[in-house]
Design a protein around this ligand. Structure first.
Ligand code: SAM
Ligand code: SF4
Length: 318
């Protein structure tokens, strides 16, 4: 479907839970979040129905996210049901990787195409400190097993945080030397828990280019591509730079989001929400259409303005 700004909207991100087995300081409150009543979150059948209707409207790419999607009961079955929807060309998941050791093979067999794994530090103590409980070795094992299972290309998402991991940029880039993974540096957004973080935490993608001047730019693919791609000379993998704060990619935005409680969010940085919970399929079609048509042309987020959005990232899905 084409929105009012002429953008083709073909990408849906569904957050299947706001719960998580980690507590990343920029994303979740230290005590976690209160578990919602079952009746308040989308049932798995509802998610499948919404995606079916979305596909009729031109969605051909779906990402399952959270919270941590792998803590949602029935996640493998959900993947299997989504993978069978005719017209869906790309089914992926964003995960913290902690449980991939257990699930990667099952997910691949169920029809998941690929995973993005979030990892902000390669240092055990720093990783544990930011996630407030995570074990680095579990994620590294998850990355390895995901590659072996064929959930490729495996992409590693690194949120750039000044004073925390800017000294590890070269180490992350060097992961692409011998492995065909894609390391993607993402600017920290002043959203949710990070709204009150000091200015120095927000560093731009230029920091990566300054630290690793040898990165070679790759051609920009345009529509729906939010990452500017680079590679190291002789590198097997790639490096992506994603800059939601320093340079907006709203012109190329092709996505809509659905929260665990069934709210359609046409734009990550807007509080506009359309309730899809318990809606009849005909109604879902009308509401998705309405949401896509009313998608804002751009957001106001930059280094001077924090996001106006009230939800935390775990309640929206990154
Ligand atoms: N739990 C999964 C994970 O961590 O990959 C999926 C959900 S998480 C909300 C999705 C992505 O959003 C993660 O890569 C996380 O680092 C990113 N994220 C969360 N808060 C963010 C913020 N304020 N700015 C930039 N990225 C953020
Ligand atoms: Fe959980 Fe992902 Fe948020 Fe970390 S970023 S607390 S892993 S939802």
């Amino acid at each position: 479907m084409i929105d009012k700004c002429g953008r083709k909207i073909n990408y849906l991100r569904i957050s299947v839970t706001d719960l998580c087995n980690l507590r990343c300081a920029y994303c979740m409150p230290a005590d976690g979040v209160r578990k919602r009543e079952h009746r308040d979150i989308l049932r798995l059948e509802e998610i499948v129905n919404i995606v079916k209707v979305g596909v009729q409207l031109g969605i051909d790419k779906v990402r399952i996210t959270g919270g941590e999607p792998l803590v949602r009961n029935g996640i493998v079955q959900l993947v299997e049901n989504l993978a069978q929807i005719k017209g869906l060309k790309d089914l992926s998941m964003t995960t913290n990787g902690i449980l991939l050791n257990k699930y990667a093979l099952e997910l691949k067999k169920a029809g998941l195409d690929r995973v993005n794994i979030s990892l902000d530090s390669l240092d055990r103590a720093k990783y544990k400190k930011m996630t407030r409980c995570g074990e680095l070795d579990d994620v590294l094992e998850g990355i390895r097993i995901a590659g072996e299972a064929g959930l490729s290309p495996v992409k590693v998402n690194v949120v750039l945080i000044g004073g925390y991991n800017d000294d590890e940029i070269e180490d992350f880039v060097n992961l692409t030397l011998k492995s065909d993974i894609e390391v993607r540096f993402i600017e920290l957004m002043p959203l949710g828990e990070a709204k009150s973080w000091p200015m120095g935490s927000f560093i731009s993608k230029e920091t990566v280019l300054n630290k690793v001047p040898g990165l070679i730019p790759l051609p920009f693919k345009g529509h729906g591509t939010v990452a500017r791609m680079y590679k190291l000379p002789n590198g097997k993998g790639k490096v992506g730079l994603i800059s939601p704060v320093s340079s907006h990619f709203c012109n190329y935005c092709n996505r809509i989001r659905i929260t665990p409680d069934g709210k359609l969010k046409p734009c990550l940085h807007s509080d506009q929400e359309i309730d899809l919970k318990n809606a009849h399929p005909d109604e879902i079609k009308r509401l998705l259409y309405e949401g896509i048509k009313s998608k804002p042309n751009k957001h106001q987020l930059d280094t001077q303005h924090v996001s106006i959005v009230k939800r935390n990232m775990n309640e929206i899905g990154g």
